[in-house]
Design a protein around this ligand. Structure first.
Ligand SMILES: [Zn+2]
Ligand SMILES: [Zn+2]
Length: 239
């Protein structure tokens, strides 16, 4: 490359850098998906930092505090290989514990992942959890904020559904202390995936959940229940 071309290139790079600096920057703290596409992996910077890329699925996978985006989702689809903690259903997440923000009162947000899922973080202190099968269940009451945000934030499940994420295996019904939604999601899904080459319809995930005292007889029951749901939308009208 000639000197002149090099100079031009340098100028172009400077201009690009300048416009990037003016472009909007997004502040993050803690580990987060690099782009939001599973294949792009995770950014592991713990301390607050900026990216020129906006967070993908910002409204469901992140919570914000002073314009800083904190990822609270399940990191599994993004190739996370660190220690994992198993959870079931909806539970509080304390942002100031997650990313070390200095506050007087806990900043409590809620995770709306349905059914069994993983997090990189353990259950936050000062919140009530019970464990069963090494899975954490939130044992406290859900406040009004949780309910108010529910219709919007449960969409996190739609986002994850497309990613065929491995989940912790749960074989027993949740403990009575858990008051959140109980969703049957599936341990058997993997099998289906390999058959057709095409991913199974997302709404058909089924997990086997049984009560402690009824190990063997419960099966057919739950199974049927799932089955009948298919194509059952149209009640009225022709038949
Ligand atoms: Zn980052
Ligand atoms: Zn969660």
């Amino acid at each position: 490359m000639s000197h002149r071309n090099l100079a031009l290139l340098a100028t172009a790079l400077l201009l690009m850098a300048a416009s990037a600096a003016e472009a909007k920057q997004w502040r993050y703290a803690g580990m987060h998906p690099r782009t939001g596409q599973p294949r792009d992996g995770l950014c592991h910077l713990e301390s607050p930092h900026v990216h020129s890329a906006a967070p993908l699925y910002a409204d469901t996978l992140y919570r914000t505090r002073d314009n800083v985006y904190v990822f609270i989702g399940d990191p599994t689809p993004f190739g996370y290989e660190g220690p994992r903690h198993s959870y079931y259903g909806h539970h509080p997440v304390v942002l100031n514990v997650l990313v070390d923000i200095d506050v007087d009162v806990d900043v409590v947000e809620y995770c709306y992942h349905d059914g069994p899922h993983y997090h990189a973080y353990e259950p936050p202190p000062r919140q009530e959890f019970v464990d069963k099968e090494d899975v954490h269940y939130y044992a406290g009451e859900y406040p009004d904020e949780y309910r108010r945000e529910n219709p919007k934030l449960v969409r996190v499940n739609t986002v994850y559904r497309g990613w065929n994420v491995p989940r912790p295996v749960v074989t027993f019904a949740p403990p009575p202390q858990y008051h959140g939604p109980i969703i049957q999601v599936g341990v058997n899904v993997d099998v289906d995936v390999r058959v057709g080459g095409r991913p199974p319809p997302p709404s058909r995930e089924v997990i086997i959940i049984r009560d402690d005292d009824d190990d063997d007889h419960h099966h057919g029951h739950d199974h049927d229940h799932g089955k009948h749901k298919k194509n059952k939308h149209k009640h009225k009208g022709r038949d």
